[in-house]
Each structure stands twice: as structure tokens, then as C-alpha cells.
Design a protein around this ligand. Structure first.
Ligand SMILES: Cc1cc2nc3c(=O)[nH]c(=O)nc-3n(C[C@H](O)[C@H](O)[C@H](O)COP(=O)(O)O)c2cc1C
Length: 198
């Protein structure tokens, strides 16, 4: 698939079919993630690929209650597009136990080597995460860039055995889509591009 078409149609897919994703595709996703740039080519990323149903159920269990409590307050007075996102996000959380795989994108604080700075943890992880999301789209897989682990970070660490010196940067559920891919809604270029200065 043409990379521009992948970008244009790579909207968050929060409704996933439970059908398994073949191993070769999983490897291809991590390959794509690890083709991303990183500061000084430090490549401080690591990926926990969770496919075990029991582990997914435990992760889902830690999120469910907190998500419901948090979203009840958020839902008040939302405009329709935001309400749709929230509804999808709640659905994704509630169906986490059934998704074929969850990729937990992690990174270490290792750059620059003499005096590592936290900003480089995130600037390493996010290009990799976006490469993974785009590669998933190109393979016909749906995914969503999610950060809900912040609701239950200690439990995620404990359940997946993630060491304390590793930052969990994003959690990306992946699977065959149960809703169509489609164009993303974004601001027009003219609204955000400044030529030769602000
Ligand atoms: C850093 C980041 C965090 C996000 N966290 C979540 C999340 O926790 N749950 C979720 O359902 N979507 C999450 N998203 C997805 C966004 O809501 C989504 O990309 C945005 O609404 C635009 O929608 P689209 O990608 O379908 O066009 C996140 C996206 C980014 C980039």
C-alpha cells in the first residue's frame, strides 16, 4: 500500500475482531517499529507483545472499573465527535480481553549516554509506535495508539514484569478491523503551515 494512502486512512480502529494475527505479521509490526529514527540512533525501545488470553483478561480487569469511573464524568456535554471517540475508547477497554494482541511500547532512559534525559525516552518511543500503527494499516490490521495504561500503571508493570527503569509509553491493541478504515479528520495544511516564519 502506498504510504500516503496508509496515512490518510489510518484512523483509530477501536472495534477489533478476535481472529488471531499470524506470527509473521506480528514480527513485521515490530520490524516496522524498529525502523523508526531515535536520538543518536540510541534505539532505547522495547516491545511487550501480549497475546496470552489470561494476561489480557488481567490487564482488562485493572482498567475496566477505573475507565468507567473516569469516563462517566468526561461524557457530560461532549460534542458528537468527541462522544464517539469516548464510546469507542470505552468499548476498546472493555473488549481488551478479546483483542488478538496488545503491543506495549516501552523505552529506557539512555540518551545521551553521559546524562540521559526523559524527553528522549518519549522521542524514541513515539516514532516507533507510529511506524507500527502505519505498518498495521498497510497489512490490513486495525490499531489504536492508546495511553490508558496510565490508569493502572503499577498493575501493568506487575502483570507483565516490566522493570522499574523502563517507561511504558503507549499500549497499542492490534487486530483485524470490525469497522471500516477511513479518512482521518485533520486540520487543513493551510491552517497549520507557516511559510518562512510564524
Ligand atoms: C499519545 C496518544 C494517546 C492516545 N490515547 C488513546 C487512548 O488512551 N484511548 C483511545 O481510545 N485512543 C487514544 N488515542 C487515539 C486518539 O484518540 C486518536 O488518534 C484521535 O482521536 C484521532 O482519531 P483518528 O486517529 O481516528 O483520526 C491516543 C492517541 C495518541 C497520539
Amino acid at each position: 500500500m502506498d504510504v500516503f494512502e496508509a496515512m490518510e486512512t489510518c484512523r483509530a480502529i477501536r472495534y477489533l475482531r478476535p481472529d488471531p494475527v499470524p506470527d509473521e505479521m506480528v514480527e513485521k509490526l515490530i520490524w516496522a517499529a524498529t525502523r523508526a529514527p531515535s536520538p543518536g540512533n540510541s534505539q532505547g525501545w522495547e516491545f511487550v507483545v501480549v497475546r496470552d488470553r489470561a494476561l489480557l483478561a488481567r490487564l482488562a480487569g485493572t482498567l475496566g472499573e477505573r475507565m468507567r469511573a473516569g469516563t462517566a464524568a468526561l461524557a457530560e456535554g461532549l460534542e458528537p465527535s468527541q462522544a464517539r471517540i469516548l464510546k469507542g475508547a470505552v468499548h476498546l477497554t472493555e473488549s481488551l480481553a478479546e483483542v488478538p494482541l496488545l503491543v506495549v511500547v516501552c523505552a529506557r532512559n539512555i540518551y545521551p549516554p553521559q546524562a540521559p534525559q526523559e524527553i528522549f525516552v518519549w522521542s524514541c518511543a513515539y516514532p516507533a509506535a507510529q511506524n507500527l500503527v502505519l505498518a498495521a494499516r498497510a497489512l490490513g490490521l486495525g490499531s489504536t495508539f492508546a495511553t490508558w495504561q496510565t490508569l493502572a500503571e503499577a498493575e501493568f508493570r506487575e502483570i507483565l514484569g516490566i522493570p522499574d527503569d523502563v517507561t511504558i509509553c503507549a499500549t497499542i491493541p492490534v487486530g483485524y478491523p470490525d469497522r471500516p478504515f477511513g479518512p482521518v479528520a485533520r486540520k487543513p495544511v493551510a491552517e497549520v503551515m507557516h511559510l518562512d516564519g510564524w
